[in-house]
Design a protein around this ligand. Structure first.
Ligand SMILES: [Zn+2]
Length: 410
């Protein structure tokens, strides 16, 4: 294939993806004012429902403008030979392949992050603020950015350096070594995420003694589950929205509750949420997800290894000598339709897991408290009660509130 043709294939993929996403979002927006289903009546009063519609419309318009901006800057970058420019810049700094790769991705990342900065500022301090969700101070916002960059520099930069080095050393087999390193890193991160990463951004402390802790312990005893690692995190530092999650496995397993969740729900409702999280663990969802994501990574890396050294890939982006970093960029775009399909599959699986976790809570605690907690959480985050079916299939990692309630009442 000649480089020119490949260039236009890449452009076509970017444009088609943008048009498709825009179409699905527009389709979803057609349902913003649908009547609320019978089962969900009473979550919002008329005023709150109106407010939730305004929130949906505002977010929809915002995503339309930000994705339009992003696709236009991406296309400009392609047509103005941006990759060639950054490649030459990186090569002027060093002759070392690893340094060139790091500088190249560093510049691309920093430029795109700075371009998206006004959008994330607007989202947090204008939209979320207007609807009463935002608790982030300017200081936290700036610190989050700096910490994020520093972490990416160390972790992302470190991984990228190792991968480039493997490629230099082994070329065709590099995918195997890379797969090994990423697998070890993924397992490590899964085990120690709460201990190492979370404290950089949040304060967390063990759940205090009291009624809630007693009820949780009573429940844990009933199902025969060792549950001594329950932590409360200061989610209220950034937003009023509430959450809870399970992380780690083996001796490192722990449940994290947002302080906002404890504020919003009563004791039984929190135990119900916890029962749902324990359900994920008991049904081995954490392990399945890990195995699956490791498998997909291996397959992707294998296909990458077949293509990345191809000269056409580099030439399509205006760079005359085959180089790993340019090949990687072209590959990511070329591969994106396939990763869309894997995402579709992963979301479907995740929704299935959510039903299983709900069923676990239903069988081992009770469905009523979970239903009322889900309703409260939806109300407090002004969530969309009437999403379009296609939108749910593509983007939702959880079933809709209606689907979950119907399942819990079954
Ligand atoms: Zn869940």
């Amino acid at each position: 294939m000649n480089p020119q043709t490949l260039f236009y294939i890449l452009i076509a993929i970017i444009i088609i993806k943008f048009l498709f996403d825009t179409y699905i979002n527009a389709l979803n927006s057609k349902h913003f004012k649908d009547a609320i289903p019978e089962e969900l009546k009473g979550i919002y009063n008329d005023n709150e429902y109106l407010k939730s519609q305004k929130y949906k419309i505002e977010n929809y318009k915002f995503s339309l403008i930000s994705s339009l901006f992003s696709v236009i800057t991406t296309l400009l970058f392609f047509f103005l030979d941006g990759f060639k420019f950054v490649d030459e810049l990186a090569r002027s700094i060093s002759n070392n392949t690893i340094v060139i790769t790091l500088v190249f991705f560093g510049i691309i990342f920093l430029a795109s992050d700075i371009l998206s900065l006004p959008f994330s500022y607007y989202k947090t301090f204008v939209i979320e603020e207007k609807f009463g969700f935002n608790k982030t101070s300017i200081k936290t916002f700036v610190l989050d950015k700096l910490k994020g960059w520093l972490m990416l520099l160390i972790v992302g930069g470190g991984l990228m350096a190792i991968i480039t080095w493997f490629y230099e050393l082994t070329t065709t087999n590099f995918w195997l070594y890379t797969w090994g390193v990423i697998t070890v890193f993924t397992l490590f991160l899964n085990l120690f995420y709460s201990k190492l990463i979370v404290p950089i951004f949040n304060k967390q402390k063990p759940l205090e003694d009291g009624e809630l802790r007693n009820e949780i312990e009573k429940f844990a005893e009933k199902i025969g589950f060792k549950l001594d690692n329950i932590f409360v995190i200061d989610g209220s530092k950034r937003s009023t929205k509430a959450n809870a999650y399970f992380s780690g496995f083996g001796s490192q397993k722990r449940i994290t509750l947002f302080d906002t969740l404890i504020n919003d729900l009563d004791t039984n409702e929190i135990v119900a949420v916890l029962a749902h999280e324990v359900g994920h663990y008991k049904r081995k969802h954490i392990i399945y997800n890990l195995i699956l994501s490791i498998g997909i990574t291996g397959l992707t890396l294998y296909i990458l290894s077949l293509l990345v050294g191809n000269l056409t890939l580099s030439q399509a982006l205006g760079v005359q000598n085959p180089s790993f970093h340019i090949g990687l960029i072209a590959f990511v775009i070329l591969y994106s339709p396939i990763s869309e399909i894997t995402n579709l599959f992963m979301n479907a699986l995740s929704r299935k897991f959510e039903f299983q976790a709900d069923n676990y809570a239903k069988e081992n605690f009770n469905p009523e408290d979970l239903i009322s907690s889900l309703k409260k959480l939806s109300k407090n985050s002004l969530s969309n009660l009437t999403p379009s079916n296609l939108y749910v299939k593509i983007h939702y990692s959880h079933p809709t509130l209606l689907q979950r309630i119907l399942n819990l009442k079954k």
